[in-house]
Design a protein around this ligand. Structure first.
Ligand code: SF4
Ligand code: SF4
Length: 416
């Protein structure tokens, strides 16, 4: 059930006759129940559009759950979100271009000037709540919840997430959400791109889909791809991309010369000081890898204060989970390192094109000195059949830039 702080003191409602009663017995704005609120006890008392049925009450009509004797709701603690929200209301604007939040001027609390400041504060609270993706999705599953424009509702703000989900919903224009079954279609499309960067891959679109849902449709030979972001749906081709870091695989596998001496020292330290196993990933290692991710992410957060990086780490959990869970279908190759039988590092990658292997994920328990250098070198050794290793971009983050530069990438255009 969607929780909502309540703002109106009981003294207003108990002496008021606006709520729960309707003149028209088929009033279109009878309270509506969200799908998740329809319990077996509620079902007989709502109609096909999930609106509550009315009963005759003192020459007008009242909600089935209204008790005219004490002016109270029989399901008060379980009343629908629609009733909890009132006198605030979510509706379309006049041109049906936006979903907006407003307050009903019929409510005596709403028009009492002594309440205006608390109403304004409550509006801010409500907008923040309703813009939360999870909550907006739950409401958007019930499009009838959004009422038509009413001129006795004073509009306070647009609700961008609901506008995006309900009005600009790409489904209406023939787009569908990406799914694992779509991989062959995307692979064929990306194969035709001459110089694909790491973003031109089904894997990358799919594993980040919880953060940025991906929508697509076929347009002749081409695919139209939309990425859902907080600021709307963006065309995949118009996305600002950071350049990838590309290396010669033989350099990473050998770590020869002065420029790699620190990396070599890290590998040597690791192989001399720890008793380890370097193994191909198998599905029974999933939960241990995800546990390692959580531990690693907590350490990274402590070390790097950048808030954008913290958000990236939070979103990365579902990306790693999707990648690891579906590694076979996604065509990923994974390796782990175990120390004393416990997974202390994992890495996954995939063939980006015939001459390039892309390293997608790498997570290590950094208490083991040299483990990151070691797993990267060993994975590169296994990929010597590819001329290049692509370690993806740095998302504009300084710590990633430093780490990726430390392996001496080749200029990006040399792979042309
Ligand atoms: S109209 Fe306002 S004051 Fe009256 S019962 Fe409804 S919420 Fe309470
Ligand atoms: S469910 Fe309760 S609060 Fe909502 S309209 Fe009916 S009686 Fe009123």
């Amino acid at each position: 059930m969607l929780k909502l702080k309540q703002i109106i003191p009981g003294k207003y409602c108990l002496s008021c006759e606006v709520c729960c009663r309707f003149i028209d017995k088929n009033a279109p704005l009878r309270p509506i129940f969200l799908t998740e609120e329809i319990t077996p006890g509620i079902r007989p008392h709502i109609d096909k559009s999930s609106r509550v049925k009315l009963k005759p009450c003192e020459r007008i009509n009242a909600c089935h759950f209204f008790n005219p004797k004490n002016n109270k709701c029989a399901i008060y603690l379980k009343r629908p979100f629609d009733c909890r929200l009132y006198p605030f209301a979510i509706m379309f604007d006049e041109k049906k271009e936006r979903v907006v939040l407003g307050i009903d001027k019929k409510c005596p609390f709403a028009v009492d000037p002594t309440n205006h400041e608390s109403i304004r504060n409550y509006f801010h609270y409500l907008v923040d709540l309703l813009e939360e993706k999870e909550i907006a999705y739950r409401i958007a599953e019930n499009p009838l919840f959004i009422s038509d424009f009413q001129d006795d509702i004073t509009i306070f703000s647009s609700l961008d997430t609901l506008t995006k989900l309900i009005i600009n919903n790409p489904e209406k224009n023939g787009f569908k959400r990406i799914s694992l079954n779509d991989k062959p279609i995307f692979d064929t499309f990306f194969e035709k791109i001459e110089q694909p960067d790491s973003s031109c891959s089904f894997v990358n679109l799919y594993i980040w889909k919880d953060m940025n849902p991906v929508w697509w449709k076929q347009n002749g030979e081409a695919l139209e791809i939309l990425i859902e972001t907080d600021s709307g749906y963006l065309d995949f081709n118009s996305l600002k991309k950071f350049p990838d870091y590309i290396y010669l695989t033989k350099d990473l596998a050998a770590l020869m010369g002065n420029k790699y001496k620190h990396k070599r020292a890290g590998c040597n330290h690791f192989s001399k000081n720890y008793k380890f196993q370097h193994l191909p990933y198998s599905q029974n290692m999933k939960s241990e890898c995800l546990k390692l991710f959580s531990k690693w992410a907590a350490e990274r957060k402590k070390k790097f204060p950048d808030l954008y990086y913290h958000k990236l780490l939070k979103d990365s959990f579902s990306a790693h989970k999707l990648a690891i869970e579906n590694y076979k279908t996604l065509g990923l190759i994974g390796h782990v390192i175990k120390i004393r039988g416990k997974i202390c590092a994992y890495t996954f990658g995939f063939e980006l094109r015939k001459d390039t292997f892309c390293i997608l994920l790498e997570v290590c328990d950094l208490r083991f000195k040299g483990i990151a250098e070691f797993i990267f070198r060993e994975f590169s050794k296994e990929m010597l059949r590819y001329r290049y290793v692509n370690a993806m971009d740095d998302s504009g983050l300084e710590n990633l830039r430093i780490a990726k530069l430390s392996y001496h990438p080749i200029p990006n255009n040399l792979t042309l």
